[in-house]
Design a protein around this ligand. Structure first.
Ligand SMILES: [Fe+2]
Length: 200
């Protein structure tokens, strides 16, 4: 009799994710589908939220854990706090944001200016939707700026990241059309203030 209670391991999940990344090549649609499928058995584990080791997170300080890390791939498990919007920021790499429980309002942007004027940034909204369990948002260059907000208590995410997060990020103030390069985690609940003299 097959053991129907067998649980997929984190290690096997990581291997499946690596295969999905390799198979996808430069195709974001394939990457999206591949990561969704590769992580599906893990996301179904009843003890999912007990897995992982504590992580010092940049924007989600309350409950963030490493599930897997090898220097080129990182998989984290994060509980997103309610009542605040994580302000728009970039990563310098791609990230897949999978919702395990709860729901997430998630917006993706890309730069509409050429970045030649220091402190100025124009963002174009690429996607703004509610992500629910079984779905993911793929934040991938050139549209690798995102902001998000948990819509429910106990909104847990799995983040699959293709590399190491930069220690510093660009934080955007969409209304003021400004950008600040700051240590990751500097702006956790609101966008950076517009610099003095900036025009909206
Ligand atoms: Fe992020």
């Amino acid at each position: 009799m097959p053991d129907t209670t067998a649980k997929v391991s984190i290690r096997d999940t990581a291997k499946a994710v690596i295969r999905a990344i390799d198979d996808a090549g430069e195709n974001p649609t394939k990457l999206r589908q591949g990561i969704l499928e590769a992580t599906d058995p893990l996301r179904r584990r009843a003890d999912l939220l007990d897995l992982g080791t504590k992580r010092l997170a940049n924007h989600i300080e309350a409950n963030s854990k490493h599930l897997y890390y090898d220097g080129e791939l990182s998989i984290t498990l994060d509980r997103v706090p309610t009542g605040r919007v994580i302000p728009p920021h970039d990563h310098g790499l791609w990230e897949a944001v999978l919702v395990c429980t709860g729901s997430l309002q998630h917006a993706i942007y890309q730069r509409a200016d050429d970045g030649s004027v220091e402190g100025y940034a124009e963002l174009e909204l690429v996607e703004d939707r509610v992500i629910q369990p079984g779905d993911l948002a793929l934040v991938i260059p050139p549209a690798e700026i995102h902001s998000f907000e948990a819509l429910e208590e106990d909104t847990w995410l799995i983040n699959v990241v293709g590399g190491n997060y930069r220690a510093h990020r660009n934080y955007f103030n969409i209304e003021a059309q400004t950008v600040v390069y700051a240590k990751a985690g500097t702006y956790r609940a609101s966008p950076p203030p517009a610099p003095v003299g900036a025009t909206a």
